[in-house]
Ligand binder design. Structure first.
Ligand code: ATP
Ligand code: FE
Length: 338
């Protein structure tokens, strides 16, 4: 089975080719235009997708050494995401599938992030979690604990009631004047700082849900106070600020995940989404694995942020189940598991 996958939900245009679940190519064009705005500008994103989609798909096929006539089906991200961005990939996929006379497969972006753990890099790549497992899905738009019963059966046990973890990191980085996206910058600075230097408030909400807006506000108010006392405060303390912020976010994430593991009795625990690139979070996973006997699954860096390989692996599973979609399937922007 040869699957071409296309991802265009936010600001990365990505295409991948997989043979029976083995990744042959994964090409991503990121969009630098958003940096000067400190966040993704939807209209600029869809324009850039429009420019990138043809060359990215061509490059993915070429790198995989697969001719388009050999493709079994085309998988695409149907949602959630930015509507204008999604439409580019969705309509490109539809046109190409129609032209080639092959099936179309719609993929939920969040299911893709979780299923990134099943991308195989070779035929004997076997490091995949057994069902059911828990997945901490932490990205720019979502923070949730998902119980994964099967590739197409996921239950959300808890989720953020306001901001996502990645969003909180990006906003705090922005108020420090550090640039966008803040995740990788905070990660790098945090390596040189003291995580116990400052204390920021942690939420007290019941169950397995998360909240990050209080932390964001506490960070902002503290920062304003310190800067009022010393205008060079951020410059002189950015490592400690980053380390303390990261420590707090990781602590919030891990406490609820630990509770979910306890409540479900599941010890196979994965992490996915852009924030799973974070070194502090990865270290915490290793630490918890040792302390609580978890078997952990941490994706390679290339499969943490948006990529088409994760869409292609879901496409491969759906192809095997002949779970295709109609040409008139609309994109959806809202967060939902189908
Ligand atoms: P969603 O998948 O919820 O629709 P998205 O696709 O925008 O949202 P991703 O691409 O999965 O999100 O992740 C992007 C987020 O990951 C950003 O908030 C970014 O700052 C964060 N991120 C990336 N690398 C790191 C890192 N090393 N440490 C912390 N956060 C990171
Ligand atoms: Fe994403």
């Amino acid at each position: 089975i040869f699957i071409l996958a296309i991802e265009s939900s936010c600001d990365d245009t990505s295409a991948a080719v997989l043979r029976d679940g083995v990744l042959l190519s994964n090409v991503t064009a990121s969009q630098a235009v958003h940096e000067e705005y400190g966040g993704v500008v939807p209209e600029l994103a869809s324009r850039a997708h429009q420019q990138n989609v043809v060359p990215v798909v061509d490059a993915a096929l070429k790198r995989a050494n697969v001719a388009k006539e050999e493709l079994s089906a085309i998988a695409f991200t149907r949602g959630p995401g930015l509507m204008g961005s999604l439409l580019v990939g969705v309509n490109f996929a539809k046109g190409m599938a129609r032209a080639l006379g092959i099936p179309l497969i719609d993929v939920n972006h969040l299911q893709g992030h979780v299923m990134a753990h099943f991308i195989k890099e070779s035929d004997d790549d076997k490091n995949q979690p057994p069902f059911p497992f828990l997945c901490l899905l932490v990205s720019g738009g979502n923070s949730q604990i998902v119980k994964v019963n099967a590739y197409n059966d996921m239950e959300i046990l808890g989720q953020t009631i306001d901001d996502a973890a990645g969003e909180a990191i990006d906003k705090c980085s922005k108020v420090m004047g550090l640039g966008y996206p803040g995740g990788p910058i905070i990660d790098r600075l945090a390596r040189q700082g003291n995580p116990k230097a400052y204390q920021f408030s942690e939420p007290h909400i019941p169950g397995l849900d998360y909240s990050f807006s209080g932390l964001k506000t506490s960070f902002l108010y503290n920062l304003r106070k310190w800067v009022a006392e010393d205008e060079n405060f951020i410059e002189n303390h950015k490592e400690d600020l980053a380390a303390s912020l990261e420590w707090t976010i990781v602590d919030i994430l891990m406490k609820k995940l630990k509770l979910a593991a306890k409540e479900t009795g599941i010890k196979h625990i994965a992490v996915a989404g852009g924030v799973s690139a974070n070194n502090g979070l990865r270290n915490a996973f290793h630490d918890y694995a040792k302390r609580f006997g978890w078997t952990i699954y941490i994706p390679k860096f290339g499969y943490t942020t948006d990529n088409a390989a994760m869409i292609g692996i879901v496409g491969t599973y759906k192809y095997r189940d002949k779970d295709f979609c109609d040409i008139d399937a609309p994109a959806f922007s809202k967060v939902t598991f189908k």
